[in-house]
Unconditional design. Structure first.
Length: 147
């Protein structure tokens, strides 16, 4: 039986924000915690998100949103909901004691040129990275070799 704590990253459109959070968590604390990011409304990872994560040295190209129904029988030490408080309702995940809500804009919704979109994705990536690092440090889960 696995002893590492589990964290679930949940967002309304799983193609970017929760995939980024999972990528950073795996990079910084994979030996100390298990991560998953089930999908709500998406079945593919956004290619611009993959591109900007590669700029940070993290490859999320093989990530795929998991089936949310498969997580209902799991116990998670933490559930982190990533949503834009100004535009989205936070997804609900019942029966968790450690529920965090991170209001982060969904970069997929930005319109404009490729560079405008990339700039938004980079901003979201940097926000997610900072929040993941702070969470892991606060909970003494960060790998000292990372971050």
């Amino acid at each position: 039986m696995e002893k590492r704590p589990k964290i679930l990253f949940l967002s309304t459109n799983d193609s970017t924000r929760s995939q980024m959070a999972e990528g950073f968590t795996k990079a910084y604390a994979s030996d100390q915690m298990l991560t998953t990011s089930p999908g709500i409304g998406s079945d593919a990872v956004n290619p611009i998100g993959v591109e900007v994560m590669k700029e940070s040295g993290i490859d999320t190209s093989t990530h795929r949103p998991k089936n949310l129904k498969q997580t209902f029988d799991d116990h998670f030490g933490w559930v982190v909901v990533l949503y834009d408080a100004a535009k989205e309702r936070a997804p609900v995940f019942p029966f968790t004691r450690n529920l965090l809500r991170w209001s982060i804009p969904d970069p997929v919704t930005v319109e404009g040129s490729g560079e405008v979109k990339r700039a938004m994705f980079r901003g979201v990536r940097d926000d997610v990275k900072a929040r993941v690092e702070a969470f892991l440090k606060e909970n003494a889960l960060i790998n000292p070799r990372a971050a």
